[in-house]
Design a protein around this ligand. Structure first.
Ligand SMILES: [Zn+2]
Length: 199
């Protein structure tokens, strides 16, 4: 058992594990991970213990019911849900798609419909991914939105009705439109072996 005295911190568990014919998985850095592989080949984490009755933490514990938890949690479980299903807006300059430069197609995060081509993407300076036109006719639907004291035109996915953002008429040529989208409402798919047509 001398061999194991070097890992005194886990000696108690080690002795039990050794007796059981198990061994410790040691990480490449030489630090014991605390993970035990049993004879059945399954890994367990004996070092992780549930809070005990005699917990010595000075922080007083608070018991909360599920209902209380829900009251304290954000209304939406994810930004994508908040944007697409609750017509929310992500903070400007927060999403990587804002400055995304790759060639490909932006799809609806809800249903996968191809909504915008990277060829129609431009730098609007607003902090949101901006396009001058959708990938094809009928991919998005538009309706008046007079919320928040503004007269805007809301843009939704034509297939699953996900809220995507708004469209404004201060965009660049050739359409003069600016589809101001939430990056969280989109997923990006790069072009696969698709040859660019010669200019
Ligand atoms: Zn959709």
């Amino acid at each position: 058992m001398k061999r194991f005295s070097k890992v005194a911190g886990i000696a108690a568990v080690a002795s039990a594990a050794v007796l059981a014919g198990s061994f410790y998985a040691v990480s490449r850095a030489g630090v014991t991970s605390g993970v035990v592989k049993g004879e059945d080949g399954k890994f367990t984490h004996p070092a992780v213990a549930a809070p005990q009755e005699n917990d010595t933490s000075p922080t007083p514990r608070v018991k909360m019911s599920d209902r209380e938890w829900k009251k304290r949690m954000p209304a939406a479980p994810s930004l994508a849900y908040y944007v697409t299903r609750q017509a929310g807006t992500e903070p400007p300059f927060s999403h990587p798609y804002n400055s995304w430069k790759e060639a490909g197609v932006f799809r609806c995060v809800g249903c996968g419909l191809e909504l915008f081509d990277s060829k129609a993407k431009f730098e609007s300076g607003t902090g949101w991914p901006s396009f001058w036109e959708p990938a094809a006719k009928g991919r998005v639907s538009e309706k008046p939105d007079n919320s928040m004291g503004m007269r805007r035109v809301e843009v939704n996915c034509a297939r699953c009705s996900a809220h995507l953002g708004h469209v404004f008429d201060d965009g660049p040529e050739p359409t003069g439109l600016r589809y101001c989208m939430n990056g969280a409402a989109l997923t990006f798919k790069p072009i696969e072996d698709k040859k660019e047509p010669a200019k």
